[in-house]
Design a protein around this ligand. Structure first.
Ligand code: AMP
Ligand code: ZN
Ligand code: FE
Ligand code: FE
Length: 271
């Protein structure tokens, strides 16, 4: 029997805060017979090397360029997915460099707040190789130093949104982020709106020129996701899906557990 084509359009690699390298993601995608994959690392497109495309071709996995940008609307952090952009576009590369600087400042702020709570960490403790550094790396360092027992505790007690050692940093606007994605020939998709507490906020966000909305997300049920599909239909937005796979740091989000259909991917490309 011919399976319908499935594309997991939301995954993270070791280039940001996932535990699988980009090549390992392709191996895993191939082993579960996905048709294609987008590696949507946080604020970086460094996974997209020539070598990666060659490897994906060998494994018969279609690669859709992608990124998950952090952004803000009023006091709320909003994640935005960019797809199908030109990976050589200068503006998007520069934007990723600005994000690296923004994160450096923000990580310093978080380290300061942790120090006040008696948890001393240096920037060198956060990670050894390049790539984007964020709160998951800080959580890892807190565990290694013995300040907390688990990843969840680090977020729940200290660095999760609104917790004592959380710092939002200087967020870039949604408008600018969408414009940069569009300028690089890409499509802008609102990431995991199902995680936003306020439904009225989703309505507000969709006044911006989004092309799509992530309707099928991680391990949410069909009925939970259905609510977002209804909003997508009302706003004439393409319905995408992805697992938000991070590897072993988020073991409940399994690769391919949510996906985009061939039809919706075609719609996205032509949006
Ligand atoms: P950052 O981009 O530095 O703000 O870190 C955000 C990432 O941290 C998310 O993409 C998740 O992978 C992870 N994260 C956020 N909140 C939690 C939480 N409560 N528990 C575990 N991981 C979390
Ligand atoms: Zn992440
Ligand atoms: Fe996200
Ligand atoms: Fe994500």
């Amino acid at each position: 029997m011919q399976l319908s084509k499935r594309y997991d359009l939301h995954t993270h690699s070791t280039v940001s805060d996932g535990t699988f390298t980009p090549k390992e993601l392709i191996d895993l995608a191939s082993s579960i017979e996905l048709s294609g994959l987008s590696i949507t690392d946080h604020d970086t497109i460094d996974a997209y090397t020539d070598e990666l495309f060659t490897y994906a071709q060998e494994k018969n996995i279609e690669i859709i360029s992608g990124v998950e940008f952090s952004s803000g609307y009023q006091d709320t952090g909003i994640h935005l997915l960019g797809y199908c952009f030109d990976i050589h576009n200068e503006a998007i590369k520069q934007f990723c460099i600005r994000h690296k600087e923004r994160r450096k400042d923000r990580n310093r702020q978080i380290l300061e707040l942790l120090k006040k709570e008696g948890m001393e960490l240096s920037e060198d403790d956060l990670r050894d190789a390049g790539g984007v550094v964020g709160r998951p790396h800080i959580a890892g360092a807190m565990i290694r130093k013995g300040y907390v027992a688990t990843f969840q505790d680090a977020f729940r007690l200290f660095i999760g949104d609104g917790k004592p050692c959380f710092a939002p940093g200087n967020r870039f606007s949604l408008e600018e982020t969408i414009a940069i994605i569009h300028g690089a020939g890409g499509k802008a998709v609102l990431a995991h709106p199902i995680l936003l507490k306020k439904r009225s906020l989703i309505k507000k966000l969709l006044e911006l020129p989004f092309d799509g909305i992530e309707c099928f997300y991680a391990n949410f049920s069909a009925s939970q996701n259905g609510e977002i599909s209804y909003i997508a239909t009302k706003h004439n937005l393409v319905q995408t899906g992805g697992s938000d796979f991070h590897g072993t740091v988020k073991p409940h989000s399994i690769l391919g557990s949510a996906y985009t259909t061939e039809e919706n991917l075609a719609r996205l490309r032509h949006a």
